[in-house]
Design a protein around this ligand. Structure first.
Ligand code: GLN
Length: 192
């Protein structure tokens, strides 16, 4: 069994913890940077990226997460988590972790479509995965080293670069474990 940490500063923390457990793995709520030493992979959940970024700075997470990344430990950013791992943001705000070579537009689907659901074709999955989008970001640029896993209306909504995975939607809000399984496989069978 592997241990997956969920960054517990703000946002959809419990839902990720539950999905990790329902996939048969151990889930740990990460409240302090020292706990990164006890986990095999880290989930940065959805929530409010500006607030979470500030809390990350306040609790001294930035450097320890960068070190965790350098150790090739897998990281999964969902929604606000995707904003936080991006190298660049469309607006002038500073991105925080800069772990994936993508440019992200926050609230990329606009006000008319703040929240919606759509079936997505995800690379490696035979059947569609129900994407739940809540004020979701989208990637407007990805480098050639980034593997696009899913798009919605030409917008990139899931991708992977080496040991970092992102989704603009919320897989933890569905009963479907398949996207989480993708992250678990990255931890169990590292390629990088
Ligand atoms: N719009 C939020 C942000 O940019 C993300 C929303 C979410 O995580 N559901 O921080």
């Amino acid at each position: 069994m592997i241990t997956i940490g969920v960054l517990g500063l703000q946002g959809a923390v419990d839902e990720h913890m539950n999905q990790v457990k329902s996939a048969g793995e151990q889930a740990v709520l990460v409240k302090k940077p020292e706990q990164l030493g006890d986990i095999d992979g880290l989930i940065i959940p959805g929530g409010e990226s500006t607030t979470m970024g500030k809390l990350m700075d306040h609790y001294g997470f930035k450097e320890p997460i960068a070190a965790f990344y350098k150790q090739k430990k897998p990281i999964f950013g969902t929604c606000a988590g995707m904003v936080l791992v991006a190298k660049e943001l469309c607006s002038s705000e500073a991105p925080h972790l800069e772990l994936m070579d993508i440019t992200v537009k926050r609230n990329g689907f606009g006000r008319q479509r703040e929240s919606f659901e759509a079936p997505l074709l995800i690379k490696g999955m035979d059947d569609p995965f129900q994407g739940i989008f809540i004020r979701a970001p989208l990637a407007v640029r990805v480098s050639e080293n980034v593997e696009v896993l899913a798009s919605f209306e030409e917008n990139i909504v899931a991708a992977r670069q080496e040991h970092v995975l992102i989704s603009a939607f919320h897989p933890e809000l569905t009963e479907d474990n398949r996207f989480m399984q993708l992250f678990i496989d990255m931890i169990k069978n590292p390629v990088y």
